[in-house]
Ligand binder design. Structure first.
Ligand code: GLN
Length: 229
């Protein structure tokens, strides 16, 4: 890394709370994203400051110059590539349909006619829901964080939600949430670490080099195993 990079503190935006990628445990911000970016920064010799925010605010905050790096279980999409550059992929994910665990009526998208589907603003799940609302005949409720989205279904305000399967599986396994995934996965994508497009080649190279080093040293696997079985 250059002298420039050594003096600078890069601001990293992550989601408010998105276990197992970012969440607070015993007063500490932890999770796969948090551990990964800390390990990359250490490996490459740069400093970071991590900020939590609504997921939909991360790319706008990068565009406003308030953040240098965007994370938050952020999927690599063509749409986002219009404004940001992504690192090499670091995690495979995709969206699942989720209902209350005692719901017997909804087993796939075809059962959503006249139902209410809750999604989180600015996510792949939200765009998927948007694209398919006419075909399947459901209405959409938008919220800004995953916890509220889960609650809308557990309290019966909404019939179903769309969330990344690693996140909903972790929430069900660790949070005792009365929810279940149904049907086929709706999408498949990979998470990447983002920087503002065309302006951060040096930073992006450091991120990719750090990620490759962590994969080679076993540190990447160690981080994954900390949070996943
Ligand atoms: N992976 C999804 C996306 O990029 C959801 C991310 C999130 O909710 N933090 O849109």
């Amino acid at each position: 890394s250059t002298a420039d990079a050594e003096n600078k503190v890069y601001n990293v935006g992550v989601d408010n709370t998105y276990p197992p990628f970012e969440f607070t445990q015993e007063g500490q911000l932890v999770g796969i994203d948090v551990d990964l970016i800390n390990a990359i920064a250490k490996d490459q010799g740069f400093n970071i400051n991590i900020e939590q925010m609504d997921f939909s605010g991360i790319i706008p905050a990068m565009q406003a110059g308030m953040l240098d790096i965007g994370m938050g279980g952020m999927s690599i999409t063509d749409k986002r590539k219009e404004t940001v550059d992504f690192s090499d992929p670091y995690f495979a994910a995709g969206v699942s349909l989720v209902v209350a665990d005692d719901n017997q009526n909804i087993t796939s998208l075809s059962d959503l006619s006249d139902k209410k589907v809750v999604v989180k603003n600015g996510t792949v799940g939200a765009s998927f829901a948007d694209k398919n609302t006419e075909e399947y005949g459901y209405s959409i409720i938008q919220v800004s964080d995953s916890a509220s989205m889960f609650q809308e279904v557990t309290n019966g305000t909404a019939d179903a939600l769309m969330e990344d399967y690693p996140v909903i599986s972790y929430a069900i396994a660790t949070g005792g949430l009365e929810l279940k995934t149904v049907g086929e996965r709706l999408t498949g994508d990979d998470y990447g670490i983002s920087v503002l497009k065309d302006k951060n080649d040096e930073l992006l190279n450091m991120i990719n080099d750090g990620l490759a080093n962590l994969k080679e040293s076993g540190e990447y696997d160690k981080i994954m195993n900390t949070y996943l079985d």
